[in-house]
Design a binder for this molecule. Structure first.
Ligand code: KG4
Length: 337
């Protein structure tokens, strides 16, 4: 079964063709990051307009690169939530029109389910159940993936997402948007251990996380340094900050796996590209005797193929929608539609 998949929830327009949920036939992406970098973050209205400009051409590109015509496409999958509402609506409206015009089923896909499903593309052997750590620019979740479309939240951030925290901390360190990758690179220039940063605990919810205190601490350190004229060891701060984020995520993921009785962990989302977090996860899983899956870098960030992968399993579970399907800025990952 060949699925044409659309993703437009933030600042990447992406269209892919995926076969049977596991094989990428094409994965066309147009990033708007350079445009938003001018403003230090995503400007929602600009994102929507850029999606409108890109989506038709990308669809033609994805079909061409997959060697497909419209007659080869069996269904359309699309991110319908969560994300910037105007941005999601562009992809959703386009996907609806394709579904209607070509008379193929329309499959709504939750964006974060897609990030987890990126692992199905990279690792043919991976099958639920497993424990997922979904860490992206807008979401930070620890999820028990009981089956492809049966997901249960075990832990979540109470405030900022991990990626958002990376982007804000990077901004005060003078790094360009999106800040995760440049922070990763900067952190390699230090062994850290210089700055003491806060670690959050949520009373009565040991698997929940909080990143806003950490973000504020980095902002305060940077402002203090510039006001007093004291130097700031940017590389050490990047390294210590990254370690603090990793210390929020990795031990909780390990604990969640233990509580849920899972011995397989899969990570996903843009922050899963972080070299230190990947290394910490690897080390913790090796020590615990767990199997770890982390997608290759290009499948960590937003892409259309991950929507096609999850879309296949949503389709098998009967989760299709009609033209009444709406877009949502927020939506629980546990809801199939
Ligand atoms: O998954 P993604 O492309 O978009 C969302 O679904 O939100 O994630 C984007 C986020 C950004 O916050 C970006 O700074 C972060 O992922 N990111 C990283 C790295 N590469 C991207 N964060 C930490 N280390 C990285 N190497």
């Amino acid at each position: 079964m060949k699925i044409l998949a659309f993703e437009s929830s933030c600042d990447e327009t992406a269209v892919a063709v995926v076969e049977d949920g596991r094989k990428i036939l094409s994965d066309a992406i147009a990033s708007q990051a350079d445009m938003h970098a001018l403003y230090g973050g995503v400007v929602p209205e600009v994102a929507s307009r850029k999606h409108v400009e890109a989506i038709a051409g990308l669809t033609q590109q994805a079909l061409r690169e997959a060697g497909c015509t419209k007659d080869d496409i069996d269904a359309v999958a699309v991110t319908y939530a969560p994300g910037l509402i105007g941005a999601v609506l562009v992809g959703l409206s386009f996907a609806k029109s394709v579904s209607y015009a070509w008379d193929v089923p329309l499959i709504p896909v939750h964006h974060v389910r897609g990030h987890i499903a990126a692992n199905y593309l990279a690792f043919p052997e991976l099958k639920p159940p497993f424990l997922a750590l979904a860490i992206s620019g807008g979401n930070t979740l620890i999820v028990d993936v009981r089956d492809y479309t049966d997901l249960h939240i075990l832990g979540a951030t109470r405030d900022d997402a991990a990626g958002e925290c990376f982007d804000k901390a990077a901004r005060v360190l003078g790094l360009p948007y999106p800040g995760g990758k440049p922070m990763d690179e900067l952190a390699h220039g230090s062994r850290g251990g210089v700055y003491k940063l806060p670690h959050a605990k949520v009373d009565g919810a040991e698997l929940d996380m909080s990143f806003s205190g950490l973000k504020t601490a980095v902002v305060n350190l940077a402002h203090h340094a510039s006001q007093t004229g004291e130097g700031l060891d940017r590389a050490a701060l990047a390294r210590d900050f990254t370690q603090a984020v990793s210390d929020e995520l990795v031990p909780r993921a390990m604990k969640a796996a233990k509580l849920a009785g899972r011995r397989v962990i899969a990570a996903g989302g843009g922050v899963a590209a972080n070299s230190f977090i990947r290394a910490d996860l690897e080390q913790a899983c090796r020590k615990a005797g767990y199997q770890l899956f982390v997608p290759p870098l290009k499948l960590c960030g937003d892409n259309g193929a991950m929507i096609g992968a999850q879309g296949y399993y949503e389709y098998l579970a009967g989760h299709t929608a009609g033209m009444e399907l709406n877009a949502y800025a927020t939506r629980e990952i546990e809801r199939s539609i």
